[in-house]
Design a protein around this ligand. Sequence first.
Ligand SMILES: [Zn+2]
Length: 306
Amino acid sequence: MRALAAGIALMLVPLQALAFDYQLTAREIAPDTYVVPGRMEHFNRANGGNIVNTGFIVTTAGVVVIDSGPSLDYGRQLRQLIGTVTDRPVRLVLITHAHPDHYLGNGAFGDVAISALDGTRAEIAGAPPALLDGIYRLVGDAMAGTTLVPPTGVVTEGPLVVGDHGFELLALDGHTRSDLAVLDRTTGVLFAGDIAFLDRTPTTPQADIEHWLAALDRLRALPAKLVVPGHGPVAPPPQAFDQTAAYLTWLREALAAAAARGLDAAEVIDMKLPEDFAGLAVARAEFARTVAHLYPTFERSVLSDK
Ligand SMILES: [Zn+2]
């Protein structure tokens, strides 16, 4: 019997040890304000999907978390990390948009209000379970136990006061159909979500370039002192916005010109990238994905002009 129990214990220990260690660190960037930086990579087994910046703000009424990360384990480890900084409870999780690296940690915050713009909430609620299978294939065991947990609440554009921090919420779109940005007026820190990328090529599976550029203009007009992009290092404005705006502007012109010349997608994918963008993280691979996402629209618009 004792041998049997020991055998069971041996089987259980390795299972426990399988939890992926994200080695998350919290960087204090302003009073009460922390960023948990992700890697400038695509999803893979070595990074466990941690390619995203999350953040949190410690208010007198509890902690506000910005995005829950790419998996249940990430969400749990983020919550543990928050517990090393403050003993105040997590009060609210805000999800910036419905891309899986930003919200699949929601399961670790099931006892907390999780809020997003209504479009984001609806998109996560309607996400097909196959989405999880696709990410499992990319990151493997780090996804263990991860389920789709939609936000429980909806936020709208305007002020939001939590304890001693006064936030301004912005309802934008362009990176996706529904992009939330969060300005903390108390500190001047702007969490831009994926409206801003820095030193990492923007992703475009749902992009609308015109709307995205308009969203960047709205962020530029805010009284922010420091910007946390969805991916890449924290930077002051306007530096935090210029690169994404320049890339999107170039993309629009390059894809329109290629369509006008009648190039096919394979030829566009082989196009030389301008020096300013060729050195961005995952440039080549992300540009190829972008051509697949966006080029058909440019080709159709050339056809309809004829
Ligand atoms: Zn993202």
